[in-house]
Design a protein around this ligand. Structure first.
Ligand code: MG
Length: 347
């Protein structure tokens, strides 16, 4: 990236913003109706870059921990937002964890760089926006009546649905959805299956019922059983909870067919793009997911879509108080905004 000369320094602002969920969200381990979130803005040369940290409770981050980390960050020591590598290395020197807070800064810096260059991120990276493709839309675990109703609501709007499984009601969930639509399905067990042989039987049954991908079937620590399962599975097995950052890939390669990259786990776009390259070099499939987020972080993730196999970028569609318009889904396909940086407009 060729940066012109800039005057001034970067300034960082942030504020908590609680996301309101449209429906109570249930996965195999918990339910919730809100998600804590922190919005980040970085100013430079009269331009503002937007970023976001979303903190689903199971990862252990809170508004307090994110704000405490962001308070320690001094961006004024860097000449410009184009020093992405130096800045992310500096953030990692401040703590081992705090991935969502680091991702918020990474996303805002990418937004700034794109705006300073006058181009959308996908174009700077050389990606074809026509290849952004479909995103799955997630249906949480619920009663058959609610699942049927939710499936009816979204079946005509998407080309693939994602179904949360991992409880005893898995077959009933799939049969209920199949009574409404024959769309392809991805399933996410969120570590909910306990026995590898039973999991394998279930995966064969799922394949017969139009499922195309299985996310995190077994406990993240259970790498040996997952390797056994992946070797025999007729469907790709994707690691989600088992992987956070680039350095985690060597530990799980061979045990999974692919990885689910989420910006809040991996500290943002800079590392996400390295993970895509590494996974490709290992012959692994790549999925990009998200947390419950506004269109800020979801649009950032969507800019990676042309470079990956599967996208699960529906976090912005699950909330009722979005702050931005960015990536939109039309006829089930993601449309990337064509304006500089992330391409967001404030609502
Ligand atoms: Mg998952």
């Amino acid at each position: 990236m060729a940066a012109r000369k800039h005057s001034g320094r970067m300034t960082l602002r942030f504020y908590p913003y609680e996301l309101q969920l449209a429906h109570t969200f249930t996965v195999s381990s918990y339910s919730r109706t809100t998600t804590p979130d922190v919005q980040v803005e970085i100013d430079f040369d009269g331009i503002t870059g937007y970023g976001e940290a979303s903190m689903p409770p199971y990862l252990g981050h809170t508004v307090e921990s994110v704000c405490a980390f962001l308070s320690k960050v001094d961006l004024s020591q860097f000449e410009s937002p184009f020093l992405l590598e130096d800045i992310m290395e500096y953030l990692d020197s401040l703590s081992d964890g705090d991935s969502p807070a680091k991702a918020a800064i990474d996303i805002a810096l990418h937004d700034l760089c794109g705006k300073l260059m006058g181009e959308p991120l996908f174009r700077i990276w050389g990606y074809n926006p026509a290849k952004a493709g479909p995103t799955t839309f997630t249906i949480g675990i619920d009663t058959p009546e609610v699942v049927r109703e939710k499936t009816l609501e979204c079946a005509g709007l998407y080309r693939i649905l994602k179904v949360k499984v991992g409880l005893d009601s898995d077959e009933q969930m799939i049969r209920t959805i199949r009574s409404v639509t024959d769309l392809p399905l991805a399933v996410d067990a969120n570590q909910g299956w306990k026995d590898r042989s039973k999991a394998l039987d279930e995966i064969f049954w799922l394949k017969e019922n139009g499922v195309v991908l299985v996310e995190q079937p077994l406990a993240k620590e259970n790498i040996d059983d997952t390797a056994w399962l992946t070797e025999r599975s007729p469907l790709p097995i994707i690691a989600d909870e088992a992987i956070q950052r680039l350095k985690d890939i060597p530990r799980i390669k061979g045990a999974y067919s692919g990885i689910n990259i989420k910006l809040m786990k991996c500290t943002g776009l800079l590392e996400a793009r390295k993970m895509i390259a590494y996974a490709r070099a290992e012959g692994m499939k790549v999925m990009v997911g998200c947390m419950t987020e506004t269109s800020c972080a979801c649009t950032a993730a969507a800019h990676l879509a042309p470079a990956v196999d599967f996208c699960d970028i529906d976090g912005n569609l699950l909330i009722t108080n979005d702050l931005f318009k960015g990536m939109v889904v039309r006829d089930g396909l993601m449309q990337l905004p064509d304006s500089p940086g992330l391409g967001l407009t404030k609502i």
